[in-house]
Design a protein around this ligand. Sequence first.
Ligand code: NDP
Length: 331
Amino acid sequence: NQVIELAERPDGQPSENNFRIKEIETPTTKDGEVLVQSKYISVDPYMRGRMRDEKSYMPPFEVNAPIQGGVVAEILESKSDNWREGDLVEGILSWQRIQTVRPELLRKVSPQVQPSSLALSTLGMTGLTAYFGLMDIGQPQKGETVVVSGAAGAVGGVVVQIAKIQGCRVVAIAGSDEKTTYLENELGADVALNYKTTTDMSEALKTACPEGVDVYFDNVGGEISDAVIPLINKFARIVLCGQIALYNETSIPHGPRVAPLLVKRSALMKGFIVTDYQNQIKEGVTALSGWYQQGLLKHQETVVEGFEKLPQAFLRLFTGEKLGKLVVQVN
Ligand code: NDP
């Protein structure tokens, strides 16, 4: 059996040295517990926040203790009623091959979810983030212009597709030509911009959004937001989902002050955490599964093979070397 721990807290950009892989004994299952084997493990940008020794909406990881994140696992042994050997489950578990857990912390994964990694992506946490952030805060209306940053990622890719389903014009921003081609040709974005090679993002966005911006779904923040926000229309909605451009900064750089513009445009800017919608998960999963079955949402995952590759996979979130949701398949 093996576990991956936080060896030390990163200062700035994380590296493989921040992680440690360790051989451990397989625990014995106590009454009320289940023994599970990890099948797919999710790497997510929010986990960078948990590496800081800082109070937030989730407690920080402890040094020399297992990293925890979204895992799809199979039950190997059950000492709990209602949970059977062979069931697939999902929950926030340790980065560990085999572990015991109290099933209250788990959610069953339906056998219809194929591959089961979808329970971590389009039909799971990142899909739900896209759904609730866009539909509840963004409230996209037919014919409106929706701009999405981090558009070729796990959340962004689903936002682009839902905005198209709602009949919007979608302008997608991502960090490579492969991603912009994918966004336009596969996910249906009307225009996709590569922020790494576009010399003047403000001008490029102005051209791409001739009628201004009604909804800005922001996964990234920083200079990309500085270029998008001046283009907002009256009653625009700015959905603050993530600020990955700032996650490795040791101090948050000052940007332009947007408050006066929000006043003038009667605009809404609202942050959220997907767990705010804990009581509406069923609604979200039903909508996402429906679109998925109709072929309106594409399965977009990059699967890395090998438990020991988890740290490397996590680092790829910050270099952008992947398309869609990044998951690790445990071999
Ligand atoms: P992604 O799959 O989008 O992976 C991260 C992507 O961010 C990379 O592929 C990269 O793409 C881009 N990126 C990384 N560093 C930078 C940078 N410095 N500047 C611009 N782009 C960068 O991750 P997720 O879809 O899982 O998450 C997207 C965002 O949503 C994150 O900010 C995350 O924290 C947030 N989030 C929020 C939740 C909530 O409840 N509010 C829940 C889940 C996620 P590229 O090649 O385009 O640069």
